[in-house]
Design a protein around this ligand. Sequence first.
Ligand code: IPM
Ligand code: MN
Length: 347
Amino acid sequence: MGAHKIALIPGDGIGTPVTQAAWQVVSRACALGGVELDGTWFDWSCDTFLKTGRMMPEDGIETLRGFDAILLGAVGWPQKVPDSVSLHGLLLPIRKNFTQYANIRPHRLLPGVVGPLRAGDFDILCIRENTEGEYSGAGGRVHQGTSDEVAVETSIFTRKGVERILRFGFEQARKRRGKLASVTKSNAQKYSMVFWDEVTDQLAAEYPDVEVSRYHVDAIAARFVMAPETLDVVVASNLFGDILTDLGAAIQGGLGFAASANINPDRSAPSMFEPVHGSAPDIALLNIANPIATIWSAAMMLEHLGETASAARVMAAIEAATAAGIGTKPGQNSTDKITKAIINQIV
Ligand code: IPM
Ligand code: MN
């Protein structure tokens, strides 16, 4: 098999150092296993927007389509470009155009990392719907700037969209501990979320081996803190999943550890791998960003590409480094030191 073609989009702020770090680590792991990676860097970012008026070129999506996977750092620098412009010009169109409908975010404590909770043995896999729901972008504003102003933003839930994300969740639950938590707010939102509950029940009949629990999003937020060890696979809509995965990041020790994969399960277009965290402009130049979230995301990329052994090498190296106390506390070690420590642990 030839080299895997990877598009590298570091983006803004700490996106650059963490993407460079992850690329070094996966390159080393792959070289050891005789796996070839062929990386192409794209400088698509808020700086590019200031120069060209676009976050990515007009044919950016078509360019990316030719790659096997995308590794992305972070997008956004609100002092330069409003977030609503930068995100809708780069990150969100990639997720939607490539039908990366499953956003997978693992939450567990790495060895040596002390989280804020007493419980330490949780292992949650959040699966966030990634193409529709509250992020559909359907809406508008009228009478702008007047006292009659109206802003409407409609969530859109389709049978296709809801069914495929739940089915994906059931399949993951089967491969793990057989438990699925379906997240809604169907006590208040009586159309979309009741619909989500119905689709959950319909699929549950097809997966009798999976134990299904329904939670309202507020209740499961509390459960993330009070009893995270009772959760296995958690499936949620786009916005609920967004919020719950920052909470998941918090209980696993912080955003520096939270990895994510935007997966196109049908493989009709490339999938994208990125940390949950943003560009953190305030620490962008300090060399203290934790690259572990991005390195872990890059391991998920190798897994998706079928390079299981290389992915395992990367995960083992991350865990050996954190077990030795490297990168376990915010700001304790430089980005470079953590990266070198992980590279040294690759065997
Ligand atoms: C995330 C981020 C994005 C999201 C933002 C930057 C649009 O918070 O990946 O979780 O809400 O999806
Ligand atoms: Mn988020």
